[in-house]
Design a protein around this ligand. Structure first.
Ligand code: UT7
Length: 338
Protein backbone atom coordinates (compact mmCIF):
# COMPACT_ATOMS: atom_id res chain seq x y z
CA UNK A 1 0.00 0.00 0.00
CA UNK A 2 1.10 3.58 -0.62
CA UNK A 3 2.30 5.71 2.29
CA UNK A 4 -0.28 7.82 4.13
CA UNK A 5 -0.80 11.09 2.27
CA UNK A 6 0.01 14.35 4.01
CA UNK A 7 -0.10 17.98 2.87
CA UNK A 8 3.59 17.60 2.08
CA UNK A 9 3.04 14.60 -0.21
CA UNK A 10 3.71 15.52 -3.83
CA UNK A 11 0.80 16.12 -6.18
CA UNK A 12 0.53 13.22 -8.58
CA UNK A 13 -1.60 12.65 -11.65
CA UNK A 14 -4.04 9.90 -10.71
CA UNK A 15 -6.14 7.95 -13.16
CA UNK A 16 -9.65 8.53 -11.79
CA UNK A 17 -11.56 6.83 -14.60
CA UNK A 18 -11.09 4.75 -17.72
CA UNK A 19 -13.33 3.87 -20.62
CA UNK A 20 -12.86 2.02 -23.88
CA UNK A 21 -14.52 1.51 -27.22
CA UNK A 22 -14.14 -1.15 -29.87
CA UNK A 23 -16.24 -1.08 -33.04
CA UNK A 24 -18.94 -3.77 -33.43
CA UNK A 25 -17.52 -5.56 -36.50
CA UNK A 26 -15.34 -8.56 -35.59
CA UNK A 27 -12.72 -10.13 -37.87
CA UNK A 28 -11.92 -13.66 -36.71
CA UNK A 29 -8.96 -15.87 -37.53
CA UNK A 30 -11.34 -18.04 -39.55
CA UNK A 31 -12.32 -14.97 -41.62
CA UNK A 32 -8.63 -14.22 -42.26
CA UNK A 33 -7.93 -17.83 -43.24
CA UNK A 34 -10.45 -17.32 -46.07
CA UNK A 35 -8.60 -14.17 -47.21
CA UNK A 36 -4.91 -15.19 -47.04
CA UNK A 37 -2.80 -18.35 -46.61
CA UNK A 38 -2.99 -18.58 -42.81
CA UNK A 39 -4.75 -20.59 -40.11
CA UNK A 40 -6.29 -20.11 -36.70
CA UNK A 41 -3.61 -22.47 -35.30
CA UNK A 42 -0.72 -20.39 -36.68
CA UNK A 43 -2.16 -17.06 -35.54
CA UNK A 44 -3.01 -18.28 -32.02
CA UNK A 45 0.31 -20.08 -31.56
CA UNK A 46 2.49 -17.25 -32.90
CA UNK A 47 0.56 -14.21 -31.59
CA UNK A 48 -2.21 -15.22 -29.14
CA UNK A 49 -4.80 -13.37 -31.23
CA UNK A 50 -8.21 -14.96 -31.87
CA UNK A 51 -10.17 -12.00 -33.17
CA UNK A 52 -9.99 -8.25 -33.60
CA UNK A 53 -12.52 -5.44 -34.13
CA UNK A 54 -12.54 -3.44 -37.34
CA UNK A 55 -14.07 0.01 -37.79
CA UNK A 56 -16.32 0.06 -40.83
CA UNK A 57 -18.42 2.88 -42.18
CA UNK A 58 -17.60 5.55 -44.70
CA UNK A 59 -15.93 8.65 -43.30
CA UNK A 60 -15.27 7.17 -39.85
CA UNK A 61 -11.71 7.57 -38.57
CA UNK A 62 -9.86 7.23 -35.27
CA UNK A 63 -11.72 10.29 -33.94
CA UNK A 64 -15.01 8.36 -34.05
CA UNK A 65 -13.70 5.71 -31.65
CA UNK A 66 -11.82 8.25 -29.51
CA UNK A 67 -15.01 10.31 -29.12
CA UNK A 68 -16.99 7.22 -28.09
CA UNK A 69 -14.36 6.43 -25.44
CA UNK A 70 -14.19 10.01 -24.18
CA UNK A 71 -17.99 10.43 -24.02
CA UNK A 72 -18.22 7.22 -21.99
CA UNK A 73 -15.39 8.37 -19.73
CA UNK A 74 -17.03 11.74 -19.01
CA UNK A 75 -20.38 10.09 -18.36
CA UNK A 76 -18.86 7.51 -16.05
CA UNK A 77 -16.73 9.92 -14.03
CA UNK A 78 -19.34 12.68 -13.92
CA UNK A 79 -16.85 15.17 -15.37
CA UNK A 80 -18.48 17.84 -17.52
CA UNK A 81 -16.80 18.63 -20.87
CA UNK A 82 -16.33 22.27 -19.75
CA UNK A 83 -14.32 21.11 -16.74
CA UNK A 84 -11.66 19.41 -18.90
CA UNK A 85 -8.47 21.50 -19.02
CA UNK A 86 -6.62 19.57 -21.71
CA UNK A 87 -7.29 16.79 -24.23
CA UNK A 88 -4.39 14.76 -25.62
CA UNK A 89 -4.92 12.14 -28.30
CA UNK A 90 -2.25 9.53 -28.95
CA UNK A 91 -2.68 8.14 -32.42
CA UNK A 92 -0.64 6.78 -35.32
CA UNK A 93 -3.68 6.90 -37.60
CA UNK A 94 -4.94 10.49 -37.38
CA UNK A 95 -8.14 11.24 -39.30
CA UNK A 96 -6.27 13.86 -41.33
CA UNK A 97 -2.64 14.94 -41.69
CA UNK A 98 -3.90 18.10 -40.00
CA UNK A 99 -5.64 19.37 -37.95
CA UNK A 100 -4.90 17.17 -34.97
CA UNK A 101 -7.36 14.35 -34.24
CA UNK A 102 -7.64 15.70 -30.68
CA UNK A 103 -9.26 18.88 -32.02
CA UNK A 104 -11.86 16.78 -33.87
CA UNK A 105 -12.49 14.70 -30.74
CA UNK A 106 -12.86 17.90 -28.70
CA UNK A 107 -15.49 19.12 -31.15
CA UNK A 108 -17.34 15.78 -31.05
CA UNK A 109 -17.36 15.65 -27.23
CA UNK A 110 -18.00 19.35 -26.54
CA UNK A 111 -14.54 19.92 -25.03
CA UNK A 112 -13.89 23.43 -26.30
CA UNK A 113 -11.59 26.38 -25.76
CA UNK A 114 -8.80 24.32 -24.21
CA UNK A 115 -5.60 22.73 -25.55
CA UNK A 116 -6.22 19.73 -27.79
CA UNK A 117 -3.23 18.11 -29.48
CA UNK A 118 -1.94 14.78 -30.74
CA UNK A 119 1.06 12.79 -29.64
CA UNK A 120 2.68 10.53 -32.24
CA UNK A 121 4.93 7.83 -30.87
CA UNK A 122 3.39 4.86 -32.71
CA UNK A 123 2.50 1.99 -30.35
CA UNK A 124 4.00 3.74 -27.32
CA UNK A 125 2.00 6.92 -27.96
CA UNK A 126 -0.30 6.41 -24.97
CA UNK A 127 2.66 6.19 -22.55
CA UNK A 128 4.21 9.31 -24.10
CA UNK A 129 0.89 11.19 -23.83
CA UNK A 130 0.49 10.10 -20.22
CA UNK A 131 4.02 11.30 -19.40
CA UNK A 132 3.25 14.70 -20.94
CA UNK A 133 -0.13 15.03 -19.25
CA UNK A 134 1.25 14.10 -15.83
CA UNK A 135 3.53 17.16 -15.88
CA UNK A 136 0.58 19.55 -16.20
CA UNK A 137 -1.10 17.98 -13.16
CA UNK A 138 2.07 17.75 -11.06
CA UNK A 139 2.83 21.45 -11.54
CA UNK A 140 -0.70 22.33 -10.46
CA UNK A 141 -1.49 23.97 -13.80
CA UNK A 142 -4.41 21.69 -14.71
CA UNK A 143 -6.91 19.65 -12.70
CA UNK A 144 -8.67 17.48 -15.29
CA UNK A 145 -6.91 16.04 -18.32
CA UNK A 146 -8.28 13.49 -20.77
CA UNK A 147 -5.73 11.25 -22.50
CA UNK A 148 -7.13 9.06 -25.25
CA UNK A 149 -5.35 6.49 -27.39
CA UNK A 150 -7.20 5.70 -30.63
CA UNK A 151 -6.20 3.89 -33.78
CA UNK A 152 -7.90 2.67 -36.90
CA UNK A 153 -4.85 0.64 -37.87
CA UNK A 154 -6.96 -1.40 -40.29
CA UNK A 155 -6.77 1.68 -42.55
CA UNK A 156 -3.03 1.02 -43.04
CA UNK A 157 -3.15 -2.74 -43.52
CA UNK A 158 -2.75 -4.72 -46.72
CA UNK A 159 -5.32 -7.49 -46.32
CA UNK A 160 -3.42 -9.65 -48.84
CA UNK A 161 -0.25 -9.65 -46.66
CA UNK A 162 -0.52 -12.46 -44.13
CA UNK A 163 2.51 -11.23 -42.20
CA UNK A 164 0.72 -8.07 -41.03
CA UNK A 165 -3.03 -8.44 -41.62
CA UNK A 166 -3.53 -10.92 -38.78
CA UNK A 167 -1.97 -8.65 -36.16
CA UNK A 168 -3.93 -5.44 -35.91
CA UNK A 169 -7.37 -4.32 -34.76
CA UNK A 170 -9.12 -0.99 -34.20
CA UNK A 171 -10.12 0.60 -30.90
CA UNK A 172 -9.79 3.46 -28.44
CA UNK A 173 -9.30 3.89 -24.72
CA UNK A 174 -9.40 7.03 -22.59
CA UNK A 175 -8.39 7.94 -19.05
CA UNK A 176 -9.15 10.93 -16.84
CA UNK A 177 -6.21 12.33 -14.87
CA UNK A 178 -6.76 14.39 -11.73
CA UNK A 179 -4.47 15.58 -8.91
CA UNK A 180 -4.04 13.35 -5.87
CA UNK A 181 -1.69 13.30 -2.91
CA UNK A 182 -2.44 9.62 -2.29
CA UNK A 183 -2.20 7.79 -5.60
CA UNK A 184 -1.15 8.33 -9.18
CA UNK A 185 1.75 8.33 -11.59
CA UNK A 186 4.99 8.07 -9.65
CA UNK A 187 7.51 7.70 -12.46
CA UNK A 188 7.62 7.69 -16.26
CA UNK A 189 10.30 6.87 -18.75
CA UNK A 190 10.23 7.57 -22.50
CA UNK A 191 12.86 6.53 -25.04
CA UNK A 192 13.45 6.42 -28.79
CA UNK A 193 16.00 5.25 -31.32
CA UNK A 194 15.34 6.42 -34.86
CA UNK A 195 17.68 3.76 -36.24
CA UNK A 196 14.72 1.42 -35.83
CA UNK A 197 12.70 3.14 -38.59
CA UNK A 198 13.47 0.63 -41.40
CA UNK A 199 11.93 -2.23 -39.40
CA UNK A 200 8.48 -0.72 -38.81
CA UNK A 201 7.11 2.17 -40.84
CA UNK A 202 4.84 3.44 -43.58
CA UNK A 203 6.73 4.51 -46.69
CA UNK A 204 4.40 7.03 -48.36
CA UNK A 205 1.77 9.62 -47.56
CA UNK A 206 3.99 11.97 -45.57
CA UNK A 207 5.99 14.97 -46.75
CA UNK A 208 8.93 12.78 -47.79
CA UNK A 209 6.91 10.81 -50.31
CA UNK A 210 3.48 12.38 -50.79
CA UNK A 211 0.60 10.24 -52.05
CA UNK A 212 0.44 9.75 -55.81
CA UNK A 213 -1.20 7.21 -58.07
CA UNK A 214 2.22 5.51 -58.20
CA UNK A 215 2.63 5.25 -54.41
CA UNK A 216 -0.85 3.76 -54.18
CA UNK A 217 -0.18 1.30 -57.04
CA UNK A 218 3.05 0.20 -55.35
CA UNK A 219 1.30 -0.40 -52.02
CA UNK A 220 3.47 2.09 -50.17
CA UNK A 221 0.64 3.19 -47.87
CA UNK A 222 0.59 -0.08 -45.95
CA UNK A 223 2.40 -0.99 -42.72
CA UNK A 224 5.82 -2.45 -43.43
CA UNK A 225 7.25 -4.56 -40.61
CA UNK A 226 10.23 -6.86 -40.14
CA UNK A 227 8.38 -8.86 -37.49
CA UNK A 228 11.26 -10.95 -36.17
CA UNK A 229 13.51 -7.91 -35.72
CA UNK A 230 10.79 -5.89 -33.98
CA UNK A 231 9.98 -8.85 -31.75
CA UNK A 232 13.57 -9.04 -30.51
CA UNK A 233 13.78 -5.33 -29.74
CA UNK A 234 10.31 -5.29 -28.16
CA UNK A 235 11.19 -7.97 -25.59
CA UNK A 236 14.58 -6.40 -24.82
CA UNK A 237 13.36 -2.82 -24.45
CA UNK A 238 10.13 -3.61 -22.60
CA UNK A 239 12.11 -5.70 -20.12
CA UNK A 240 14.74 -2.97 -19.78
CA UNK A 241 12.17 -0.23 -19.10
CA UNK A 242 10.24 -2.34 -16.60
CA UNK A 243 13.44 -3.27 -14.77
CA UNK A 244 14.58 0.36 -14.68
CA UNK A 245 11.25 1.56 -13.27
CA UNK A 246 11.42 -1.21 -10.66
CA UNK A 247 15.01 -0.37 -9.72
CA UNK A 248 14.37 3.39 -9.47
CA UNK A 249 11.30 2.80 -7.30
CA UNK A 250 12.74 -0.05 -5.22
CA UNK A 251 10.16 -2.57 -6.44
CA UNK A 252 10.57 -6.32 -6.53
CA UNK A 253 8.48 -8.59 -8.74
CA UNK A 254 6.18 -9.54 -5.85
CA UNK A 255 5.40 -5.85 -5.20
CA UNK A 256 4.06 -5.26 -8.72
CA UNK A 257 0.34 -6.05 -8.75
CA UNK A 258 -0.13 -5.66 -12.49
CA UNK A 259 2.03 -5.37 -15.56
CA UNK A 260 0.09 -3.54 -18.27
CA UNK A 261 2.01 -4.31 -21.45
CA UNK A 262 1.40 -3.14 -24.99
CA UNK A 263 -0.47 -5.95 -26.72
CA UNK A 264 1.50 -6.78 -29.86
CA UNK A 265 2.15 -10.46 -29.31
CA UNK A 266 1.32 -12.78 -26.39
CA UNK A 267 4.84 -14.22 -26.62
CA UNK A 268 6.34 -10.73 -26.09
CA UNK A 269 4.09 -10.20 -23.05
CA UNK A 270 4.97 -13.58 -21.54
CA UNK A 271 8.69 -13.15 -22.20
CA UNK A 272 8.69 -9.70 -20.54
CA UNK A 273 6.75 -10.97 -17.49
CA UNK A 274 9.09 -13.95 -17.14
CA UNK A 275 12.22 -11.80 -17.31
CA UNK A 276 11.02 -9.57 -14.47
CA UNK A 277 9.92 -12.66 -12.53
CA UNK A 278 6.25 -11.71 -12.53
CA UNK A 279 3.68 -14.56 -12.55
CA UNK A 280 2.01 -14.59 -15.98
CA UNK A 281 -1.46 -14.07 -14.45
CA UNK A 282 -0.40 -10.62 -13.21
CA UNK A 283 0.23 -9.40 -16.77
CA UNK A 284 -2.93 -7.96 -18.30
CA UNK A 285 -3.88 -9.65 -21.57
CA UNK A 286 -6.56 -8.59 -24.03
CA UNK A 287 -4.74 -9.44 -27.26
CA UNK A 288 -6.88 -12.55 -27.88
CA UNK A 289 -10.00 -10.43 -28.44
CA UNK A 290 -8.68 -7.07 -29.69
CA UNK A 291 -5.36 -7.86 -31.42
CA UNK A 292 -2.83 -5.03 -31.56
CA UNK A 293 -4.82 -1.78 -31.35
CA UNK A 294 -1.62 0.36 -31.43
CA UNK A 295 -2.06 3.31 -28.99
CA UNK A 296 -5.27 1.87 -27.53
CA UNK A 297 -3.87 -1.39 -26.14
CA UNK A 298 -2.93 -0.06 -22.70
CA UNK A 299 -6.11 1.93 -21.90
CA UNK A 300 -8.19 -0.96 -23.27
CA UNK A 301 -6.38 -3.29 -20.82
CA UNK A 302 -7.12 -0.91 -17.93
CA UNK A 303 -10.77 -0.74 -19.01
CA UNK A 304 -11.06 -4.52 -19.26
CA UNK A 305 -9.42 -5.16 -15.89
CA UNK A 306 -10.96 -2.14 -14.11
CA UNK A 307 -13.26 -4.27 -11.94
CA UNK A 308 -10.30 -6.27 -10.61
CA UNK A 309 -8.22 -3.21 -9.68
CA UNK A 310 -8.04 -1.90 -6.12
CA UNK A 311 -6.94 1.45 -4.71
CA UNK A 312 -3.22 1.26 -4.01
CA UNK A 313 -2.47 -1.48 -6.58
CA UNK A 314 0.96 -0.96 -8.11
CA UNK A 315 0.91 -0.97 -11.92
CA UNK A 316 3.71 -0.82 -14.44
CA UNK A 317 2.62 0.21 -17.94
CA UNK A 318 5.08 -0.54 -20.73
CA UNK A 319 5.04 -0.25 -24.52
CA UNK A 320 7.28 -0.57 -27.56
CA UNK A 321 6.71 0.23 -31.21
CA UNK A 322 7.59 2.07 -34.40
CA UNK A 323 10.40 4.60 -34.26
CA UNK A 324 11.63 2.70 -32.46
CA UNK A 325 9.92 4.49 -29.56
CA UNK A 326 9.17 2.93 -26.22
CA UNK A 327 8.45 3.80 -22.61
CA UNK A 328 6.89 2.92 -19.32
CA UNK A 329 5.06 4.35 -16.33
CA UNK A 330 4.84 3.29 -12.70
CA UNK A 331 1.68 4.30 -10.89
CA UNK A 332 -0.58 3.37 -8.04
CA UNK A 333 -4.24 2.86 -8.90
CA UNK A 334 -6.59 5.40 -7.33
CA UNK A 335 -9.89 3.57 -6.79
CA UNK A 336 -11.52 0.23 -6.13
CA UNK A 337 -12.89 -1.52 -9.23
CA UNK A 338 -16.38 -0.58 -10.30
O1 UT7 B 1 3.12 -3.07 -32.01
C1 UT7 B 1 4.24 -2.73 -32.76
C2 UT7 B 1 5.35 -3.65 -32.49
N1 UT7 B 1 5.15 -4.87 -33.21
C3 UT7 B 1 5.50 -6.00 -32.65
O2 UT7 B 1 5.92 -6.03 -31.53
C4 UT7 B 1 5.42 -7.25 -33.50
C5 UT7 B 1 6.64 -8.10 -33.27
N2 UT7 B 1 6.70 -9.27 -34.11
C6 UT7 B 1 5.88 -10.33 -33.98
O3 UT7 B 1 4.96 -10.32 -33.20
C7 UT7 B 1 6.18 -11.59 -34.78
O4 UT7 B 1 7.44 -11.46 -35.38
C8 UT7 B 1 5.11 -11.89 -35.87
C9 UT7 B 1 3.83 -12.37 -35.22
C10 UT7 B 1 4.85 -10.66 -36.71
C11 UT7 B 1 5.61 -13.02 -36.77
O5 UT7 B 1 5.91 -14.17 -36.01
P1 UT7 B 1 7.31 -14.91 -36.18
O6 UT7 B 1 7.27 -16.07 -35.31
O7 UT7 B 1 8.38 -13.88 -35.95
O8 UT7 B 1 7.24 -15.39 -37.66
P2 UT7 B 1 8.22 -15.02 -38.86
O9 UT7 B 1 7.95 -13.64 -39.36
O10 UT7 B 1 9.63 -15.38 -38.50
O11 UT7 B 1 7.72 -16.04 -39.94
C12 UT7 B 1 7.84 -17.46 -39.75
C13 UT7 B 1 7.10 -18.16 -40.86
C14 UT7 B 1 7.47 -17.65 -42.24
O12 UT7 B 1 7.45 -18.74 -43.13
P3 UT7 B 1 8.83 -19.42 -43.62
O13 UT7 B 1 9.61 -18.33 -44.26
O14 UT7 B 1 9.47 -19.94 -42.36
O15 UT7 B 1 8.36 -20.48 -44.54
C15 UT7 B 1 6.32 -16.72 -42.59
O16 UT7 B 1 6.13 -16.61 -43.98
O17 UT7 B 1 5.69 -17.94 -40.72
C16 UT7 B 1 5.17 -17.44 -41.95
N3 UT7 B 1 4.04 -16.58 -41.64
C17 UT7 B 1 2.78 -17.02 -41.56
N4 UT7 B 1 2.27 -18.25 -41.68
C18 UT7 B 1 0.93 -18.39 -41.53
C19 UT7 B 1 4.06 -15.24 -41.40
N5 UT7 B 1 2.81 -14.80 -41.17
C20 UT7 B 1 2.00 -15.90 -41.25
C21 UT7 B 1 0.62 -16.10 -41.10
N6 UT7 B 1 0.14 -17.35 -41.24
N7 UT7 B 1 -0.23 -15.10 -40.80
Amino acid sequence: MAKKATEKSPIRAAITGVHGYVPPDVLTNADLARMVDTSDEWIVARTGIKERHILKGRGLGSSHMAAEAVRGLLHKTGAAPREVDLLICATATPDLVFPATATLVGDMTDIRGVGCFDVQAACSGFIHALAVAAQFIETGKYRKIVVVGADKTSSLIDYTDRATCVLFGDGAGAVLLEPSRTHGIIDTLIRADGAGMPYLHLKAGGSRLPSTAETVAKGLHYVHQDGAKVFKFAVARMTEVTRELMRRNRLTGDMVDWLVPHQANLRIIEATAKRIKLPAERAMVTIHKYGNTTTATIPLCLWDYEKKLKAGDRLILVAFGGGFAWGGAYLTWAYDGR
